[in-house]
Write a protein that binds this ligand. Sequence first.
Ligand code: UDP
Length: 314
Amino acid sequence: MKTILVTGGAGFIGSHLCEALIKIKKNYKVICVDNLGTGKINNLKEIIKHKNFKFIKHDIIKPLRLKGKIDYIFHLASYASPPYYQKHSIHTLMTNSLGTYNILEIARKNKARFLITSTSEVYGDPKEHPQKETYWGNVNPTGVRSCYDEAKRFAESLVMEYKRKFNLDVRIIRIFNTYGPRLQKDDGRVISNFIYQAINDLPITIYGDGSQTRSFCFVSDMVKGLIKAMFIKKAGGQIINLGNPKEFTIKKAALLIKKLTRAKSKIIYKKLPEDDPVKRKPDISKAKKLLNWEPQINLQEGLLETINWFKNEK
Ligand code: UDP
């Protein structure tokens, strides 16, 4: 029986990933490691008692000792929403540097296949649009977002050195904005904020004038892409964008959520956060070609499912 380690497996994307792995990979054991910084045990309620699933509460900043052979590692652990990673800035830097080192050492000792979830934030406030994997980015190295952007850039560099020096079978996946059930209401990201505000008849808070753009990928599409990137051999050594290339202004996303929830909320405008990227849209031609992957769920469909989940959680 093969074993898959998922760091950050109790988080938003991690828990959907663990659930899908337990469902699809019947003869695999899944070990989920999470410090529960933003992850929740409740996210794992469908699988926590499954015979092939094991949860370990651990902060990967400290070395992790595991019994038995590890065959595959999905390394997701990190704060990922701007308000959270800025609040826990030093922890975010350490998770992606020391934490990534600790997990890479497990991969090296086990000769495990390794996937890291990096981020579109490595492109910073991009001057190339849409963003291709070959773009080097436009990141403020000392700004308020650098604790995440630069930490992920460091992590990518470390992963590539493990490939070069130890011939580790690695892949770097740059995730663009992803949403869906299990985004926490206080997560601070735009879709969860807007839905929470709309279903509670609170003002919908647009930062800036709402003309900045993002491209939103539904979580089930993201998880399918991550699994393909891990198990398709030719993804080895590659850097691959995963995200939905359909681009929306933040204002348009606010109006759509207001319409779908039939909210009476007013739309209010707040100060644009520092270093907020003006636009973001993935070029996914590499993922299409290499993984035969592209998102299936459009924003309206995905939002309806997310809105239902938020209403049931209320
Ligand atoms: N945003 C907004 N209102 C909110 C939360 C976020 O207008 O309540 C904006 C934010 O300024 C950014 C975009 O929505 O331009 C996406 O923000 P998010 O924090 O979700 O992630 P980012 O893509 O910036 O990492």
